[in-house]
Ligand binder design. Sequence first.
Ligand SMILES: C[S@@+](CC[C@H](N)C(=O)[O-])C[C@H]1O[C@@H](n2cnc3c(N)ncnc32)[C@H](O)[C@@H]1O
Length: 453
Amino acid sequence: MIHLIPQKALEALHHATALYTVEPVCDTLLERIGWPSVSGKLIDPSAGDGMFLLCAIAKLNLEIDDLDTLSRVRGWEIYPPAVESGRERIAQHLISRGWTIGYARIGARQVLSQGDFLLEGPTEPEYRFVAGNPPYLRFGRLPDAFKDLYAASLCEASRGDLQHAFLMRCSQVMTENGVIGFVTSDRWLLNSTAANLRAKLGARVGIEHLSRLDAQTSFYRPKDRRKGSPPRIHPVEVVLRPAASSRIALTDHPVSPDGEMADPEGGGQLADIATIRLAPWLGPANIFVVDQKTARRLPPEHLIPAVDTDDVDPRTDALSAPRRFAIKTDRHTTPPEAITEHLASEMHRMPKRGIRKTGWLPPEKVFDDLSRPALLIPRIARKVRAIRLPPGILPINHNLYVVQARPDVTLEQIEAILLSDSTHDWLMRNAPRLENGYYDLRSNLIRRIPATI
Ligand SMILES: C[S@@+](CC[C@H](N)C(=O)[O-])C[C@H]1O[C@@H](n2cnc3c(N)ncnc32)[C@H](O)[C@@H]1O
């Protein structure tokens, strides 16, 4: 069935996803999956301008005008100008190997089909080899026309990101003894939002090989794209084989491209000895988090000193005296007039996601119990930092808040684990990477830090 997609949506999709793989990376991946040493067909589900296909064809022992052997290689690409360049490159390659022009052009069309792989591509297990670099794009960022089509046709586990949908579909078109060699972003391996995908995929395939690629040197962009900024992804090459014959099982657990997730020695995790919470986001400045000038006009019993990472000395990690105060209100009690008046005059700046039915409540709950000393861990950081928080001080803005969970374990012991070299190594292997050397230190990850006292 042909799906009519507006030209604009097609262009937007291609521009958001076209990141072409350089020849040496394609070659190595094809070698890793053993193409073409045994019989069977190969498919690249999102061929771009055809580099994987070209490398796959170059490895085939082809007689002149031998369309039959060439039919072992198939590719799909949704964007017509990319299909055109891909077919042209394939035809030129065949001509350079002595093919007659007519057969070279027929061969190129036979290899590369134009269409949406997810909606029009194969669904049966007929490919022993799958190779390529599937598009990465979160579903929320898809052009609307695609959102509607995919929402109606893709399973729940496929719908987080285009690369999830490609991984799922490719695991279905792979034969029982097949292999997938993909360049992907590392997101589906590490993010908790892809847990369901990993579990579903894991029923069919497991990981044979996984390593990082250099984002600066592994790709080139289509000619019509602006040069300059490096791709905002952390690419990996991954080889997937049927679950029974793979090296690492795929389950809902994250898998680190920097080494397998270490099982904590003795089985202990930080969550066994510490409580880790996400500090509340209370909205933009000067609504529920006020400066000293505003604080002077409000009743002190409703104010709690609040700190963010800009209150921490970046060299020493020492906390300076709080300069801001969070307004604490209670669902069941109307706050004093000074507070309701302040909120009434400032609430127009609160974004929709921060507005609660009870007008005097902040977007997220202020912690009730701040009676114990604690540690603040900045969530976005190059390495884990543990900043000491005296009792009575509220961390805000989704930093992490850590207190003891067992009377026999001190905060100093927890701090020592957080700042140890082994924790640093573990986090560098297991934390999702952001740009410029920063890591996303989520509470679930911090809870899993190996910790034995
Ligand atoms: C990351 S590029 C990779 C291209 C090529 N495999 C390579 O490695 O050089 C992804 C390509 O997928 C194409 N694409 C995106 N969605 C697609 C779909 N639903 N079906 C087929 N191709 C698609 C894009 O137009 C883009 O050219």
